[in-house]
Design a binder for this molecule. Structure first.
Ligand SMILES: [Zn+2]
Length: 208
């Protein structure tokens, strides 16, 4: 589970929950939608979302209802919960690049591929690629592990000759490296910044 997605969806609940307030960076408080909190006293707010070991939970101190944030969201807004689940699934790979057990015993040729590419952390604050990641609420600590490439196809062809027979429609992309257990780079993914791009992800593996 990606914690920053939880935080994003918790913030999105603000319009669904009465007296919603963020108390600290990991604690939110509002009127419990399960028991309705007090009918007489509209100022009562005894529902809490809190964090424990990077996981998020709900508990009401009035009705004692408690569950994971995911189950809570499912209860209060099933359609938002579906979006949440989809996003968690999609982003898992982005934040934790797939560590695959490579069955090949080869000299890793891809280890230097990232040389010459700019890390997102080295880009100016108002660079569109950086802003894109900020909009997606990717924590800044990952910015040094993600790269920016102005011409993805052209660059890939240098790394893996003739991967793209044509450079038509070449665009800038976010480059996400994949590592094996020994920290060798075994591939990378180019992620489009354009949500309408038909090829949202292009994955390049060393032996393919
Ligand atoms: Zn309650």
């Amino acid at each position: 589970m990606c914690a920053y997605i939880d935080v994003k969806y918790i913030s999105m609940c603000s319009s669904l929950l009465e007296k919603f307030k963020q108390k600290t960076s990991s604690l939110w408080n509002f009127r419990c939608p399960i028991c309705g909190d007090s009918q007489k006293n509209k100022s009562k707010a005894r529902g809490f979302i809190y964090e424990k070991q990077n996981k998020y939970f709900y508990r009401c101190h009035n009705c004692e209802f408690g569950t994971s944030f995911s189950k809570f969201l499912e209860k209060i807004n099933p359609s938002l919960h579906r979006e949440y689940v989809t996003e968690q699934y999609k982003e898992k790979k982005l934040v934790k690049p797939t560590v695959s057990t490579s069955k090949f015993n080869f000299v890793p040729e891809f280890n230097n591929v990232l040389q010459g590419l700019q890390t997102i952390s080295s880009l100016e604050k108002n660079h569109p690629a950086r802003e894109y990641l900020e909009r997606r609420l990717i924590p800044e600590r990952y910015f040094s592990k993600l790269y920016f490439c102005t011409e993805f196809k052209k660059w890939t062809n240098k790394v893996s000759p003739n991967k793209f027979p044509t450079l038509k429609g070449d665009t800038p992309r976010l480059v996400i490296p994949f590592f094996d257990k020994k920290n060798n780079i075994i591939g990378f993914q180019g992620r489009s910044f354009d949500p309408k791009d038909a090829c949202k992800y292009i994955t390049i593996n060393e032996r393919s």
